[in-house]
Every structure is written in C-alpha cells, then in structure tokens.
Design a binder for this molecule. Structure first.
Ligand code: TYD
Length: 301
C-alpha cells in the first residue's frame, strides 16, 4: 500500500474466499513470518516493488529498501518455512540499453538508473538463494507492460489520461527511445505458466516483439484518440535515459510453449477504452483525492 497501491484494483475479487488482503510491508520480517507460518502458502510470487524510473532518480531510498531488502526478507522467510515455489517478478530493464540485437537470459546485467539497479540486485540475490540453499526460485524478466489499472505515471496511461483531459503529453528528448510493449494479460499468462511449469533456478525472459519508438507509440495513441501532434510537448530528456530495450524470449517459447496472444493495436485500443470508461478510477488518483484517502486509511492509523 504505497502511493501506487489501490484496493479498488481488486474490487472484483474482494469477496472471493480464496482472496485475503493483509496490509503490511515486505520488509517487516515479523509480519512476513507470521503470514507464511500461518497461511502455509503453496508458493510465493513477489510482485511488490517500487517501479517508476523517474521517481528513483529523485529518491532512490525506497527502491533499495523495498526492491532489495524486501526481496531478501521474503526469500529468507520462504526458505525458513520451505515454501515449495518462489517466483520473483523481475524486468528487462536490468540488462540496460542495447542498440542492436536482443538480450538473452545469459546476458550481462548492466542497469543504468537506481530503479533498474535495485531490481538487478534483487534478481542476483534471488538466484544466489538457489545456488547457495537450493531455494526453489524462478525468475521472470518481462518487457514494458501496459493495460487497464496501470498507474498514470507510466507513459501509456499518462498520455491517454492527459489527452482525455485535453492536456499536453510530455515526450522526453527526441522521442526515439525504443520499448517492447507487452499486454498485461500476456504477462500474466507467462507468470502463471512459469510458476507451474518452470524449472527451478531458471530465468525466463518475457518479451512481445512489439518494439516501438516512443514517438510512434505516441502517434498511435493520438490517432486512436482523434488528436494530432500539436498535443505533444517535447520536454527535457530523462537523465541516463536507456535508448532501447529488447528481449530474446526464445527460451520461454521453446521450453514452456508460451507466446504472446494479444494483437498490440487491438490491446492498445482496449486499454484506451478502459481509461475512457473508468474516469472515476484515474481522476481520483490524478486529482490527489486518492492520495488523501490513502493517507487517512493507511498512514494515520
Ligand atoms: P515508462 O512508462 O516510465 O517506462 P520505463 O522507463 O520503465 O521504460 O517510460 C517508457 C518510455 O517513455 C521511456 O523511454 C520514457 C518515456 N516517457 C516519456 O517520453 N514521457 C513520459 O512522461 C514518461 C512517463 C515516459
């Protein structure tokens, strides 16, 4: 429950008997001990992380704390109670930038900013638990996700919601940085498959082959929303901005038979429609109303 957490995202499963919400910090070893010893989970899947590059440039502390120390705490407790499966959600950003070709799971980790450096550190710790203690870990390294419920700080939801508010959209630098866009449901299927069928100690890249410059992505969003390039505001570049991310995901295709199913353009249109139909969700976040609610609910207790 940091600023990006939102109980509304899980409203549709709120009453499912297989779902339980416990508010806590993954760095809180006592609480994590209590939960794992009492719930006796079949497995642990760690999605918890600080994820926004621009925020990590302004303040890296919470990134190192949650992404590195939180991972280490979850791992330690999972080891203590012999959890039979531990899946760590990592990212393609830990490989750093690549001008030509694509990174495989064996490529060197070469992160450029405090966010990707914290995720690279977490990734290495997870792998070390397999080598040292035989903890049954698995790692997925996915490319940039998009889809409904994405916090409007990331480029796609930020641009869609700004355009719905008739605001400008801030494109960094020359707009020619390249990202590989993966629809969230494809990523979920990959995660589910790796959790159930992946080989212990293994890393799986999850890419989509939808590489686009930010400018082409922006043009596609503008066109779909009936806007023109006058809405673009070219702004100062992000420091240390990675030029291109690219994944070779042959391994998950060959070994587990996964491949992305969603057509990129259709998924982008669906995503735009979701933001059009769920204005209440993002307006509360953007206006700061949700932040106030969150502070009252969770920080002032
Ligand atoms: P982002 O969604 O922050 O993901 P990441 O940095 O983890 O890849 O950014 C995606 C790309 O979009 C990245 O090259 C930075 C660029 N970008 C902008 O041009 N303007 C923006 O306002 C944001 C948030 C990102």
């Amino acid at each position: 429950m940091t600023y990006a957490g939102n109980p509304e995202n899980l409203r549709d499963i709120e009453n499912n008997p297989r779902y339980k919400f416990i508010k806590g910090d993954i760095c809180d070893e006592k609480l994590v001990n209590e939960i794992i010893s009492s719930e006796k989970p079949d497995g642990v899947i760690n999605f918890a992380a600080e994820t926004h590059v621009d925020r990590s440039i302004l303040d890296s502390y919470s990134f190192v704390k949650t992404d590195v120390l939180g991972t280490q705490t979850l791992l330690d407790v999972s080891k203590k109670y012999n959890v039979s499966r531990y899946l760590h959600i990592s990212t393609d950003e830990i490989y750093g930038s690549i001008e030509k070709g694509s990174f495989s799971e064996e490529s060197l980790l070469n992160p450029s900013n405090p966010y990707s450096a914290s995720k690279a550190s977490a990734d290495l710790i997870v792998k070390s638990y397999f080598i040292t203690y035989k903890t049954p870990v698995l790692i997925t390294r996915s490319s940039n996700n998009f889809g409904p419920f994405q916090y409007p700080e990331k480029i796609i939801p930020l641009f869609i919601t700004n355009l719905l508010e008739n605001k400008k959209i801030p494109l960094y630098g020359d707009g020619l940085n390249i990202r590989d866009w993966l629809y969230v449901l494809d990523n979920c299927q990959a995660i589910d498959l790796v959790f159930h069928k992946g080989k212990e100690g293994q890393i799986y890249n999850v890419g989509s082959g939808n590489e686009l410059t930010n400018l082409d992505l922006t043009k596609l969003i503008l066109e779909t929303m009936g806007k023109d390039e006058k809405s673009i505001e070219y702004v100062k570049d992000r420091p240390g901005h990675d030029r291109r991310y690219s994944l070779d995901y042959t391994k998950i295709k060959k070994e587990l038979g996964w491949q992305p199913k969603y057509d990129f353009k259709k998924a982008l249109i669906e995503t735009i429609n979701w933001y059009k139909e769920n204005k209440d969700w993002w307006q509360k976040i953007k206006s700061g109303e949700y932040l106030e609610y969150y502070k009252k609910q969770y920080l002032e207790r």
